[in-house]
Write a protein that binds this ligand. Structure first.
Ligand code: ADP
Ligand code: TPW
Ligand code: MG
Length: 591
């Protein structure tokens, strides 16, 4: 029996010999490729081992990880970077659950991703007859993603994949679960019929144009502002209409704040960038124009002391998701649509006679920005040993300024908050971090995806704790020989390395790790370059060498264990105990 395989390139249906057969494995591969999906982030095992093999044999890039969570984070990051669903493939029950965290993370961040998991047969699962890795995966996935589908028949594979792709991309993007029972993969059908059953999805993220009333309302509100501010969010970076966003920001002439993954959409060195005057612009602005950014916890819900007087601000918001409006504050002028269509409509409506905000406002912001940058500059030049965050990150800031195409991956607490404010990003989508959940462990999956999807050099700036959540994936980085340079900001612990056990007992404190761990030697174990550095100058040299060689590199950067703050910049979110200060004298030191 001849089994037809699609030997075409993607986006093209295979021609098959009459009478030949195909199967579920190959139809699934053909369906993905027909829709331009060429990469799978994978962990093999029953029942999907051969699916990965065949996909690779068919010319797809199949990257195998050591743990599904990181394959999933890679797929999520790929979705953000490419505006196409990143695909993660796992085995059933435990593998599926490991991947599910990443699917929920993708959904929370509004990134398109598809988690394909092998599963047991419904006949066994639904009667709970106790299969190998039995679990009702479809039901468990559903609350954690945008949509969840199961395919039972080979002739429905085209439909299932099309549904998954469209659900991931349409409107607000998100994660989709696709349940693939083992028996489906082996099902055989006529190859020509199989090819006919595949669907190439047409226009999965259609333009969504705002109504003319909404546009003129927004123009009126923006026009009436005396002290306007733009906040750019990662939705604006995802939208890939960089020139339009820049044109809108520059035409309006408002100071703007980039959220962390919107950094670089316009270069952080842009004259309107007000990151270094964040407190001033949040507090004193009278109108805030949100572009692909939610007023969630990252913006303290648009309220509280940092936002100045209650009710004194008007909000204008562009978002693809209508229900986002008024989720935290009254939105005086909602613009529902995709960012490119909304920006185009606004630019058309305001024409050539736009009055930029007064010099009194923009000048005050600019003065504050320049003053703060000048104050910070000498601290970023320090060559102290042991290093503090500013000295180490000053060196990394210079490395990125010299290599602006590098994609920065960043996680940790102090290692995150300080790097976000110190390391300028110069181009769009060149920063991947912990996202909306502030999740630890995204580092290595994001780094692999960034290198694989773009071919660019990657610099992963990792807290030592954050790295511990994903560290085994350095073997993956070495195995695929990716241009990834990892810098561990090694302060011997979570937030700080000088925590104490308040019982006075033998066990180490809950927040500390083995002192002076040599993470660089882990990298050497896999054939990568491992470097141990103790000063900013040494750190810069090691990063320069990594960028020049593009070899997998891990730099263990020794940071003063006392340099960090509890929970980085968000210590205020920790609940407090009324009795702690009285019971533990040491607690005073931390708050
Ligand atoms: P940040 O964390 O950077 O503030 P969020 O993840 O909170 O960003 O917000 C991103 C927003 O962007 C989401 O509300 C999402 O619906 C929206 N979004 C995503 N893609 C688009 C698009 N193409 N056009 C308009 N809005 C978009
Ligand atoms: C999945 C809680 C937030 S930040 C952090 C943890 C454990 C580590 C901070 O230490 P690190 O950085 O990385 O060494 P530094 O520079 O301050 O020392 N589990 C998950 N996500 C989160 N956010 C946590 C736990 C947390
Ligand atoms: Mg640490």
């Amino acid at each position: 029996m001849a089994v037809a395989t699609a030997t075409t390139s993607s986006n093209e249906k295979a021609s098959v010999a009459p009478g030949s057969q195909t199967d579920g494995f190959h139809l699934l591969i053909d369906a993905l490729r027909l829709n331009g999906i060429e990469t799978i982030y994978n962990v093999p095992g029953i029942p999907i081992t051969d699916l990965g093999r065949y996909a690779q044999a068919q010319g797809m890039r199949v990257l195998s990880f050591r743990h599904e969570q990181h394959a999933g984070y890679a797929a999520a990051a790929a979705g953000f970077l490419t505006k196409k669903p990143g695909v993660c493939m796992t085995v059933s029950a435990p593998g599926f659950l490991n991947g599910l965290t990443a699917l929920a993370h993708a959904t929370t961040n509004c990134w398109p991703m598809i988690l394909i998991s092998g599963s047991s047969e419904r006949e066994i699962v639904d009667l709970q007859r106790g299969d190998y890795e039995e679990m009702d995966q479809l039901a468990i996935a559903r609350p954690h993603c945008k949509a969840a589908y199961r395919i039972l028949h080979a002739e429905d594979i085209g439909l299932g994949v099309a549904r998954a792709i469209r659900a991931a991309l349409t409107g607000r993007p998100g994660g989709v679960y696709l349940d693939v029972p083992g028996a489906l993969l082996g099902q055989v059908m006529d190859a020509a019929e199989g090819q006919k059953s595949l669907i190439e999805v047409v226009d999965p993220s259609p333009a969504s144009v705002p109504g003319p009333d909404a546009v003129s309302r927004a123009v009126e509100v923006l026009k009436s502002a005396k002290k306007p501010l733009i906040i750019l969010g990662k939705g604006a970076a995802y939208a890939q209409c960089d020139d339009k966003v820049r044109q809108l920001v520059e035409t309006l002439g408002f100071p703007y704040l980039p959220m962390s993954m919107a950094k670089g959409l316009l270069p952080d060195t842009h004259p309107q960038c007000s990151s270094a005057a964040r407190s001033l612009v949040l507090k004193d602005s009278d109108c805030v124009f949100l572009i692909g950014a939610r007023l969630n916890w990252l913006l303290s819900h648009g309220q509280g002391k940092s936002w100045g007087e209650k009710g004194a601000k008007k909000f204008v918001q562009i978002d693809i998701e209508p229900s986002e409006m008024d989720s935290n504050q009254k939105i005086s002028a909602p613009l529902i649509g995709d960012i490119e269509s909304c920006a185009t409509a606004l630019l058309d409506a305001i024409g050539d006679n736009w009055q930029k905000p007064s010099e009194e406002w923009t000048g005050a912001v600019r003065d504050k920005v320049e003053g703060n940058i000048a104050k910070m500059a000498p601290r970023l030049q320090n060559n102290n040993v042991p290093m503090n965050y500013q000295g180490a990150l000053g060196a990394l800031k210079r490395a990125i300024a010299e290599n602006p195409d590098t994609i920065v991956v960043n996680e940790g607490a102090n290692a995150l908050d300080q790097a976000r404010s110190i390391v300028d990003i110069h181009k769009p989508r060149k920063r991947l971090d912990v996202g909306t959940w502030g999740i630890m462990g995204i580092g290595m999956g994001s780094a692999v995806a960034a290198a694989v999807e773009t071919g660019n050099q990657v610099l992963a700036i990792e807290g030592d704790s954050a790295f511990g959540f994903c560290g085994m994936e350095i073997e993956t980085v070495c195995r695929y020989n990716l241009p990834v340079c990892i810098v561990i900001m090694n302060n011997n612990g979570i937030y700080r390395g000088d925590g104490e056990n308040w019982s006075g007992g033998e066990d180490p404190a809950t927040t500390v790790f083995v002192e002076d761990s040599r993470y660089d030697m882990m990298m050497q174990a896999f054939g990568g370059v491992g470097v141990h550095v103790t000063s900013p100058d040494e750190l810069k040299q090691a990063v320069d060498a990594a960028f020049a060689s593009r070899k997998p590199t891990l730099i263990n950067a020794v940071i003063d264990p006392a340099a960090g703050k509890e929970s980085g910049n968000i210590g205020n979110l920790n609940p407090s105990s009324v009795v702690a200060q009285e019971r533990y004298p040491q607690a005073k030191k931390i708050k």
